[in-house]
Structure formats: C-alpha cells, structure tokens
Ligand binder design. Structure first.
Ligand code: ATP
Ligand code: MG
Length: 557
C-alpha cells in the first residue's frame, strides 16, 4: 500500500514484479512498450495497455516505446499507423522520439535465425502446412518429428538462404525451431520461425520474401529495444516459454521478461477490432470514429476526454483474472471529469413554445446566470430573456399526476435564472398537441433580486425564442440491444435499431452558435454534450450527447 494524495492505493501485481526485479538487480531500469499491429484503429482495450505501459515507465523513471509490430505485410496499412499515433498521443502517452517499426529489425531477425541454425536450434522444413498441423499432435497426444528435422547445419544454411533469395514459392518451405515435439505445450513443438511470402511490405517494399512469425519476431523486437517488462494480454501466457526460449537461444544479454494481464472487456459493448471492423464495413456505423463506438477516435468524437479514459482504466485495475467492466463506469468517469470544468448552458431538445402575455412585446433583457453553480471560477454570463420562450415539452402537463411540480394550468414555477411564471391557458393543434402555453410573469420575482414573497416547487429551464439558435443534437444509445445481450444464436450481433436519435429542431442559447468542434458543455438536465468534429459547420454546430446526467454507477467505497 502507498499514499497517493489522500487515497491509499495498493500496488498491482505488475508493479510488484517490477519492484522485485529492480530490488534483486535483474534490471537496473524499466523500459516498456506499446506494440500494436497497424491493422485497425485502437479501442478502449488498447487504451488500457497504452496507459498501463506508459504509466509504469513514468512511475519507475523508465522509458516507453511506441512500436508498430508491422511484421505481417498482408493486413497492414499506413492509414492505421497514422491513426494509432494520433490516438496514443491524444491519450497523453508520451513516447517522445521513441517511435519504432518492427520491420526495421528484419536484418537482425534474419541474423538471429542464422544464429539458431548454426547452433543446431533451427531447421528448414519441407512439410506442407497441413502436414505440419498433422505432425503437431494434439493436447493429449505428442507430436511427431519432421523427417527434415535432422538436416545438417550446412544444408539448413543453404536452404534458408535460398528461401530468402526467392528460390521457393509461398508455403514451400519454412524455418522451424528445433525444440521438443513431445512438449505438453503445443507452442513448443518446433514452431515455425519464418515463412516464405512473396508480398510487398509497406515499409521494406520487395526487399524480403520471407517474413518472421509473431512468436519469433516479438521477443527479438523487445530484446533489441532493451525492453525490460514486455506486458501483454493473457492469451499469450502459453507462449511465454517460447518467448523465453527465443531470447535465451538468441543469446541476448539482459533479456526482457513477459508479463500477462487480463484484457479489458466491457459488458454488452463491441470492443474487438474484428467486430468493430464488421460494423464499419456493413455500414451500420459512420466509420471507425462513429460516436457510438468505443474505438479511441469514436470516444474522442463523442466527447470523452483523455482524463476520463485514464480514470476509467485506473478504476478497472490490472489483474490476471478475466473480468468485465460496465459502461456506466466509463460514463461516471466523463461526468466526474466535466462536471466542474464545463459551463452549464440551457438547451431545449424537445421544444414547446411559451408566451408571457404580460411581458412587453419586442423587449429583450439580459439576465445574469452563473456558468457553473458548483464552480464559481467559471464566472457568469448574460442570457437573453424575452416574451416568447421554448421549454421542454416534458416540463408541461395538462393533467399532471400528484407530485408533478413543473408547469401545468394554474401552477407557478421558476424559470431558471429568470422569473416566476404562472400558466394561464394553452392552445392545441387539430390533433390535440399543445402548441402554445400562455403564461404571466411576476416582475418582482426576478432572479438575484432576493424575492422571498412566496415559494415555488418547480424550476424549469428555457431559451428565449427570438435569440435562440436552432441546432441539431444527436442522442446515442448502445449499438447492442442490451436486453437480448451481445450475440444472437447464429453468432451475429444483436443490434439496437434506435442507437442514434437525431433531433434537428433543438434550441440553444445564442452563445452556443459560436461553439467549435471539440467544445464541451453541460446542458441543464439533458446531459453533457460535445460539438461534433465531422458534421459541424461554422455557425452550425452539431451537438453529440456524451452522456446523460442520470447515473446507475456508484463508486465502490
Ligand atoms: P483486438 O483483439 O481488438 O483485435 P489486438 O490484440 O489484435 O486487438 P494488437 O494491435 O495486437 O490488437 O494489440 C496491441 C496491444 O494492445 C497488445 O499488447 C494487446 O495485448 C493490447 N490489447 C488489445 N486488446 C486489449 C484489451 N481488450 N485490453 C487490454 N489490452 C489489449
Ligand atoms: Mg492482434
């Protein structure tokens, strides 16, 4: 346990392992890395890995590397490299000038392969992919040795050079580690180290027609960069003996050590790159940065802040046992981050018009309003008030139930930061919808004038019609139908058809017309909003709801 401000936080198991290594002199420094494959956009799960790795480096005065694991030329794209860099930087993980590409180590990886061949620890194998699979055995049966396993070092060196020189077609030959075909760990049954693949690589072009396999490349990348703690997710636990074998047999000094932790999952939320990709390709969402996605760029466009994501990841903690976090916790974090920082403005999302019959026609007056009642540092602003206003449709009821304290015929309420008004009568259209609410106001009750004559139970927000700015607001729900759960029986996602609600006739305070992409506000009673970065135009901001104000999450004590 250690003190951190007022809170006492316990160390996670990775911190304990690092401190033990430092104390025992296994390493004299800490060096971590984030190694994404540039084959898609990052999501909230990656944020956990990024913040964990960069946070550990910071905590132990170490260094943090950004490394693209671009050893697989089939799926990788420059577009993804750029977006990943942007997301990592936005999250505040500072890699300074420590940006690396695994493909720039291809020469060293090749040297490592030669070193293993010379040591008699690797051999060229002619079995087909199917045969290799067959020979590998199963969890309950040992594997069978390849008939090519005992080739001489000279023969292996020559064949491997031929592989490199393009003598063979794809899949014709592979380089394999010579470990143990009877190992209870299938990963150790002579795994493939290099394959032939006549493909153009985005970084090295046509220089190579052999490419290293992940399990061979990754430990070498870590070792070259003097990584001390190679932190990855649990599915690599069974690969750790192979990781250790590679760095040991390649004779790296001070080899890195792999530590696994459980992936971050969010209940009923699409996180896997594969599933997000499918939603994008099927046109169900508006690209990788659709505000309903938990891709980093989607969260950013929705209005989440790096601080809120960091708070969320910290609340989730780091552990070795699989657990599922809940979306309401992430929502809690953004509310906590914004509630004191952002002004509380008035916006009407579902308008109905009010006319104050005893207010002078054509008059506009400017009333004082605090920007954030809980944080006086945000100052005050002037809001225009006039004879015609918009209020929320749900703030009026013709025949209210008991305990309804908002507007209804004969009732008096407070207009936030303005006057008390009393509903006198209403007008309806042919279909019976209320189209105009007639009120009178009491000039004595002006906000800030210290009126104590009588009390009202309800306070409602409003926007003056004459000066209001008409804007588009977008409300979001989970893409997944939470009642049905994530997957249908056939393995497809259970989609929620109402995950996006577009409201085109919302009215906001005139000041909000100037809001620019990325600006965030609280709209009284309606939630936190962010100006959309893609669809807003100058003087025509589109507001994305980040989150409503209602919370179902409570911080555990
Ligand atoms: P996905 O499973 O979504 O396709 P990935 O694991 O294939 O992601 P990589 O580019 O290989 O994506 O991952 C880069 C790093 O991010 C890896 O170290 C990986 O362990 C980590 N990572 C990926 N998903 C999560 C997650 N849900 N929680 C924590 N870390 C993750
Ligand atoms: Mg992956």
């Amino acid at each position: 346990m250690e003190e951190n401000g007022n809170a006492v936080v316990s160390k996670n198991f990775i911190e304990m392992a690092i401190e033990k290594d430092l104390a025992e002199g296994v390493y004299d420094h800490v060096q971590t890395r984030f190694p994404p494959e540039p084959n898609g956009y990052l999501h909230i799960g990656h944020a956990k890995s990024i913040l964990l790795n960069s946070g550990l480096a910071k905590k132990y005065n170490g260094k943090f590397n950004m490394r693209f694991d671009d050893t697989n030329p089939t799926k990788e794209k420059i577009e993804f490299v750029e977006s990943i860099k942007e997301d990592v930087e936005w999250l505040g993980a500072d890699y300074e000038d420590r940006l690396f590409f695994a493909s720039s180590y291809f020469d060293q990886m090749y040297e490592c392969a030669l070193h293993l061949i010379r040591k008699g620890k690797a051999y060229v194998c002619d079995l087909t992919a199917d045969e290799i699979r067959e020979y590998r055995g199963t969890l309950t049966e040992p594997g069978k040795e390849s008939p090519y396993r005992n080739r001489s070092v000279e023969e292996n060196l020559e064949l491997f050079e031929n592989m490199k020189n393009g003598v063979y077609g794809d899949g014709e030959k592979v380089l394999r580690a010579k470990i143990d075909m009877a190992s209870p760990n299938i990963n150790m049954r002579d795994p493939i180290l290099y394959r032939v693949a006549h493909m153009t690589h985005h970084n090295t072009g046509d220089k190579w027609c052999i490419y290293p396999m992940y399990d061979f490349a990754h430990p070498i990348e870590d070792a070259i960069e003097h990584i001390t703690h190679s932190i990855c997710t649990l599915e690599f636990e069974d690969h750790r003996p192979l990781y250790d074998w590679v760095v040991r047999e390649c004779d790296f000094e001070n080899p890195p050590r792999q530590i696994e932790f459980a992936k971050l999952y969010l209940k009923n939320v699409v996180t896997g790159k594969r599933y997000i990709k499918k939603l994008v390709e099927d046109g169900i969402v508006d690209g990788w940065d659709d505000p309903r996605l938990v891709s980093i760029c989607g969260l950013r466009r929705r209005g989440y802040t790096p601080e809120s994501i960091r708070m969320f990841v910290e609340l989730c903690g780091v552990s070795k046992s699989q657990s599922t976090a809940e979306m309401p916790m992430l929502e809690y974090c953004i509310r906590e981050d914004l509630k004191l920082k952002k002004p509380r403005m008035m916006a009407i999302l579902d308008p109905v018009k009010v006319v104050i019959d005893n207010y002078p026609e054509g008059q506009i007056e400017y009333l004082d309003a605090p920007n954030n009642m809980e944080n006086p540092e945000l100052g005050e602003r002037k809001i225009p008030f006039g004879r015609e206003l918009y209020i929320e449709r749900e703030d009026f009821m013709e025949n209210p139930p008991k305990k309804y304290f908002r507007l209804f015929p004969g009732n008096e309420v407070r207009l936030m930061n303005a006057y008390f008004v009393t509903c006198q009568s209403i007008e309806k259209d042919e279909d019976g919808n209320v189209v105009l609410i007639h009120c009178t106001y009491d000039p004595e009750t002006k906000s800030g004038n210290g009126f104590t004559g009588r009390k009202v139970k309800g306070t409602i927000h409003w926007v003056a019609a004459e000066t209001a700015k008409k804007v588009t607001v977008r409300l979001y729900e989970n893409i997944i139908d939470e009642e049905k759960g994530m997957f249908a029986e056939d393995g497809t996602l259970n989609l929620n058809p109402n995950s996006l609600i577009v409201k085109e006739d919302c009215y906001v305070e005139p000041e909000l017309a100037k809001a620019v992409p990325g600006d965030r506000f609280q709209f009284v009673r309606n939630g936190f909003f962010c100006v959309d970065s893609k669809d807003s135009r100058p003087d025509a901001p589109v507001f994305n709801r980040i989150v409503s104000l209602k919370s179902s999450f409570k911080l555990p004590k």
